[in-house]
Design a protein around this ligand. Sequence first.
Ligand SMILES: Nc1ncnc2c1ncn2[C@@H]1O[C@H](COP(=O)(O)OP(=O)(O)OP(=O)(O)O)[C@@H](O)[C@H]1O
Length: 367
Amino acid sequence: MALLHLDHVHVQLGQHNVVKDVNLSLQAGDIGCLLGPSGCGKTTLLRAIAGFQTLTQGSISIADRIVSNPKTRLAPERRGVGMVFQDFALFPHLNVADNIAFGLRKLAAPEREARVNELLEHIGLPGYQHRFPHELSGGQQQRVALARALAPKPALLLLDEPFSSLDAELREKLALEVRQLLKKENITALLVTHDQQEAFAMADKAGMMYQGELLQWETPYQLYHQPSHQLVADFIGHGVLLSGIVNAPGSLASPLGMLQHQSLQHYPAGTPVSFLVRPDDVVIDPNSKLQATITSRGFRGAHNLYGVGLPDGTEILTLSPSHEQLSVGSKIGLRPEFDHLVVFAADHCELPGNQASPLPLPEAQSA
Ligand SMILES: Nc1ncnc2c1ncn2[C@@H]1O[C@H](COP(=O)(O)OP(=O)(O)OP(=O)(O)O)[C@@H](O)[C@H]1O
């Protein structure tokens, strides 16, 4: 059963169509994630689901009950929805136990205390009942905020950039912990984030919003490996779109040389296409005839991420174990090794240039 269902949702703010024709569903217990560049409408959509925003078209259902359409808007507090925002928002004058118990006033004291203790165990802060928010680190405060939102067992939890004020390492750790916690509590959740690693760590379903539209709503794996849209391919992961021309069915003339792949079978000879090159689609091979020049090097822990210039001037990215240092300016051999080829008809969507363009997609780019 879909716990959350959005059917052709539109939201207008002032003169702006901020959310356009969004359709998505989340099954009970699933975690969904909305990615996308700043200003694309993620928060507005979350606010509409929470009940703070009126729809101009479409409908939102929670547990098979319509909670919003252009004529109706069930009050936020009657939706069974919990919310966690980026700025912690704990009550500073209440201790941890009272913060978590805030939504549990209907429970008898012993039950309330049991639920608070259970949640403190789940968030890894047993014994913290009597601490005040200012006595906690940012990560601990955010865990308490999460426990407070989870305490009344909401049907749906909405999280808006909940980890954005934390450092990268803590963010990833917390994302995994929160996923485990939500699964343990069997809570359906929708998360908004800029951070793909966070989305990949947490989500069962994810999508990218762009200028108010939801471009794809599938598993993170599908978003990464089978992007249905050039904008998704460009935004998700370190990928570069290169141009090529199908020279015979199944065969592509490209800056990486001639590529053969069955996904090209249905393009007639002469068709101009774009195709996606991820860093792991090309490997450094001294014996390869395709020569390239290292243009940049970024340390990524286990790997270095290299920018490499191809003979025709286009740039792509490749990975190599970080103990093998290659210097900028050196010549290397490159061998394409595509597990699968993601191809778009060249007129599918205009994107500027074949530049190596790591994230995020600059706002100036347009669909
Ligand atoms: N009250 C308003 N009136 C008119 N336009 C608005 C209003 N509030 C927001 N907007 C516009 O709606 C668009 C979407 O805003 P929203 O906050 O939903 O984006 P977002 O994807 O959550 O961005 P961010 O990631 O930066 O938080 C933006 O272009 C914003 O300028």
